[in-house]
Design a protein. Structure first.
Length: 722
């Protein structure tokens, strides 16, 4: 099947990859690749979508697009002034929120805000006149004195008080300088519980935030700090902080925080960076916590082809956040328990400061500056942010080690898929993000790195401060490389299940034809079949390989590979490219071959369960595990191997002891000590006096707090039992 589109000119890059990539993206022949010219209606585009639906946005120019996107509400929010006093002791927010709207429809008279359980005291228009209003559930409907024509602008001011239980919190007591403090955000719960405002995704607005605080607190919010005013007559040392965004941000990105901060400054290109840490923090703590921010910004800017979309970027560490509040426009709130860490413990952390900072920065482009029209489109932006974060991790830690993190994500997604079949329930935002990141990673591999990078840059570096849908991403890909990625995205995002692939091998001999290997595959998941491309690599005894790609669309598939040498193993998806659950049946010799150190980190990780099974009786499997523990270059794999070191004999404990003492990674040292504690508790290992002396010597030189904790727990139980 071929896909055609009008020629754009000899120099147009979009006309080059169309034929080459169409089949790999669309999968089966039934998934047609169709060019959709600019101006195509959503109905016409819907006619070519795949069986799993995507929510379609209207096509057309910017004006028509904005009009369509505002059609579900009578007025568009254009500016917000949040003027509040924070009562930290009482946990209250008191003040006024003024919302400026532009009418989208003629004769607009009623405008709806969200007010949760707020105490609404008065509603006024721009001239200070009291307006009629009515409550219904969490909404507040305001009736204007005069109807607005389409395009007219008006302001509504709501005077209110609140004692929120969600979205906003304050505390007078804390540790390590984190008190008093207060914070409020639109994520993860929304704004309506602590501000009267239009509280829906898909709206962008400029924001002015005026925060009045006492007790020598500092206040941070979105945008630029305009001024700070002191009230010398106030016994509470009240100050007023005024912040203003120079350009629109998503409504739900409105965020503020107040505490006795120590503030440190840095820069990333033209962007000013400010780090807010608890009182008493010094420059060493700031560097340890946020020091990689400029490098992360630079890396993301190169990847996305655009600068950080804020002239000023603030990060504030607070205590007790309900979730990582990473969507706060140019202000990110981060839980200090995951950031402020002794330097010697940094390597112990899987999600240390670098990861948390990278995650927050990734969401600057995808979610805080580019915002989803509705929640059902957020999975795409969250997936792009997670993919960007893991790409940076791969640059720091190496691709083979981070590939194992992708494999762990796959395991979680597959487990949730199985749980959903047994008991359907709504996916969480984190679950949708992990699945989306995997889908986008697969799309990148199918399109090719250069084409996907062009797509990513075109999508991220378009008009700043805009509302997007999944269809915008689809349309960008279509315009840039001539490929309709809609069917590809729909197949994976439109279902909660995953492909469950049962793979078997058959050796065949046909007289006059020769030897061949049959790869037999069956899709066993409930529901419809999936279309995918499955890499298969055949390994021969002379070290040579043959790589094939198995096109899968039917319930049962067969691929025949001619062979003229002895096959020692067949590897299925060796680089972990396919979002699928694999059940591969092989003999023990093949599993030992798969575990060889020369293979990919994914293959070696996938061989561990079989090696652990075999190691109870098979010496080769025991030696393979020992070699993986002592020689694998990936810390994540070495840590996983420790959990398989449970076979009888001194070789097991000797390898664990060596890793506990000498491994370069504290994560692995800690894991090895943990397994030794388990083996001792089970009565299958008892250290010799010489070994105990070795642990005591290790206690004197170990620097990692996490490893020391495990080591001390081991030394505590040994004397008490032996």
């Amino acid at each position: 099947m071929r896909c055609h589109r009008p020629q754009r000119g000899r120099n147009s890059p979009a006309s080059v990859p169309l034929i080459a990539l169409a089949l790999s993206v669309a999968g089966a022949a039934a998934a047609a690749c169709v060019y959709v010219p600019p101006g195509t209606s959503s109905g016409e585009l819907a006619a070519v979508k795949n069986d799993a639906p995507l929510v379609l946005s209207a096509a057309g120019g910017a004006g028509g697009e904005q009009a369509w996107r505002g059609a579900s509400r009578p007025a568009d929010l254009t500016h917000v002034v949040v003027d509040v006093a924070l009562d930290v002791e009482g946990g209250r927010v008191v003040g006024t929120v003024e919302c400026q709207f532009r009418a989208l429809r003629p004769a607009t008279r009623d405008i709806t805000l969200h007010a949760g359980a707020l105490d609404v005291r008065e509603v006024m228009d721009a001239d200070g006149r009291v307006l009629a209003h009515r409550r219904r559930g969490s909404t507040l409907t305001v009736t204007l004195d005069e109807p607005l024509a389409a395009g007219d602008v008006t302001s509504i001011a709501v005077r209110f008080a609140a004692a929120p239980t969600r979205g906003y919190a304050s505390s007078l007591e804390g540790e390590d300088g984190f008190a008093p403090e207060a914070y409020g955000s639109g994520e993860p719960f929304g704004l309506r519980d602590w501000l009267p405002i239009w509280d829906q995704p898909g709206d962008l607005t400029t924001v002015e935030t005026v925060v009045r605080v006492g007790d020598r607190l500092s206040a941070v919010a979105n945008g630029e700090l305009v001024d700070v005013e002191d009230d010398p007559s106030d016994a509470r040392d009240e100050r007023t902080y005024r912040w203003r965004t120079p350009s629109p941000i998503p409504v739900r990105a409105i965020t503020l925080a107040a505490a006795r901060f120590e503030t440190f400054a840095a820069a990333a290109g033209e962007t000013k960076l400010y780090f807010h840490l608890p009182a008493g923090s010094d420059e060493v703590a700031a560097q340890r916590t946020f020091g990689e921010t400029p490098a992360i910004v630079e890396s993301f800017e190169r990847r996305l082809g655009t600068s950080l979309p804020f002239q000023r970027f603030d990060q504030a560490a607070l205590r007790g956040l309900p979730e990582r509040m990473l969507d706060g426009g140019s202000l990110v709130l981060l839980d200090q328990d995951e950031l402020v860490t002794p330097e010697e413990e940094l390597d112990d952390l899987r999600e240390g400061p670098r990861r948390i900072v990278a995650r927050g920065l990734a969401r600057r482009w995808f979610g805080a500056w580019i915002t989803p029209l509705e929640e059902q489109h957020r999975w795409l932006l969250d997936g792009l942010a997670m993919q960007l974060e893991l790409e940076y991790e791969a640059r720091v830690r190496g691709e083979p080690d981070v590939a194992l993190e992708w494999e762990e994500l796959l395991t979680r997604v597959a487990r949730r898929s199985a749980e959903f079949v047994a008991e359907p329930e709504e996916a969480t935002r984190a679950e949708r993000a992990e699945r989306a990141a995997w889908v986008l990673r697969g799309l990148e591999r199918r399109l090719g790195g250069a084409s996907y990078e062009n797509l990513l840059q075109a999508f991220a570096s378009g008009e700043r401060g805009r509302v997007v849908t999944v269809e915008d991403f689809r349309r960008t890909a279509l315009d840039l490389v001539g490929i309709d990625v809609g069917p590809e995205l729909a197949q994976w995002s439109g279902r909660r299940t995953l492909p469950e692939l049962r793979v078997r091998f058959q050796r065949r001999s046909v007289e006059g034809v020769g030897e061949s290997l049959g790869v037999v595959l069956r899709q066993v998941q409930p529901g419809p079949t999936f279309r995918l491309e499955l890499p298969v690599v055949v390994h021969f005894d002379d070290g040579s390989t043959v790589a094939e790609t198995m096109s899968v669309s039917a319930r049962d598939e067969l691929m025949v590979v001619p062979i003229n040498k002895r096959v020692v193993d067949v590897s299925v998806d060796p680089e972990g490219r396919v979002l699928a659950s694999l059940d591969v049946e092989k003999d023990d010799e093949s599993w030992l071959a798969q575990a060889a150190l020369g293979r990919t980190s994914i293959e070696r990780m996938r061989a561990l369960p079989e090696l652990e099974r075999m190691a109870q009786t098979n010496e080769e499997a025991r030696q393979a595990l020992v070699q993986l523990l002592l020689r694998s270059p990936e810390p994540t794999l070495r840590e996983a191997v420790t959990r398989s070191m449970r076979f009888p004999g001194p070789a097991c404990t000797a390898a664990l002891e060596r890793s506990a003492a000498d491994d370069a990674s504290p994560i692995v040292r800690r894991a090895a000590l943990h397994e030794l504690v388990q083996l001792y508790a089970q009565g299958v290992w008892s250290p010799t006096p010489e070994e105990i002396e070795g642990f005591l010597a290790l206690l004197q030189r170990e620097q990692s707090p996490g490893v020391l904790e495990k080591l001390e727990s081991l030394l505590e139980i040994i004397p008490s039992n032996g």
